[in-house]
Design a protein around this ligand. Sequence first.
Ligand code: C5P
Length: 222
Amino acid sequence: MTAAMNDTADTADTAMTVAIDGPAAAGKGTLSRLIADAYGFHHLDTGLTYRATAKALLDRGLPLDDEAVAETVARQVELAGLDRDILSAHAIGEAASKIAVMPAVRRALVEAQRAFAVRKPGTVLDGRDIGTVVCPAAPVKLYVTASPQVRARRRYDEIVAKGQAADYETIFADVKTRDERDMGRADSPLKPAADAHLLDTSEMSIEAAFQAARAFIDAALK
Ligand code: C5P
């Protein structure tokens, strides 16, 4: 989490929120961290809140299809304790996208995410429904996407770089399944907010995406 303070922004009446949405492996995590570092904003990867809920259920041998149980566990998630390394496992991501279809789980986690979003001097939240549901009034909304092929290739390269075995076709199929689940669910489906700026990173470097984002943020801060 980025906690560095910016004196000017810290004295502002309201916190600045940058809402970043998009499908898995589109580059929104890297972009969010770059923005948070550059502006001294706090960053929350909201996917980790769904992952932490799923992991707690798996660890305790609890079912992934009982909404009341999942909601109770979701309400116990502590934002300060979210550990990306522990939560990044593929199986946890799969389980997270299953419990993320449950309205009661979403309500619990969205409450915590909204409380985070108002921290000063500003925040960057990334996920699937930040611009549409969690922070619909955010002054800057970005929708970061890339083709399923490019995203699957990135995931594949990440896994291979860690020295682990990976199969591109399996990863590609998983990316498509996850997209369908995230975009097709009834509650808070993944989609760009009407006023989101679209950034397609299929053929755009992360640096170019960051510069584009900066221009939108600087304009909003003026
Ligand atoms: O972004 P990440 O892959 O860590 O998210 C895991 C899952 O959590 C997603 O596939 C999605 O189903 C769910 N999620 C969500 N809303 C968010 C963030 C994540 O539904 N704001």
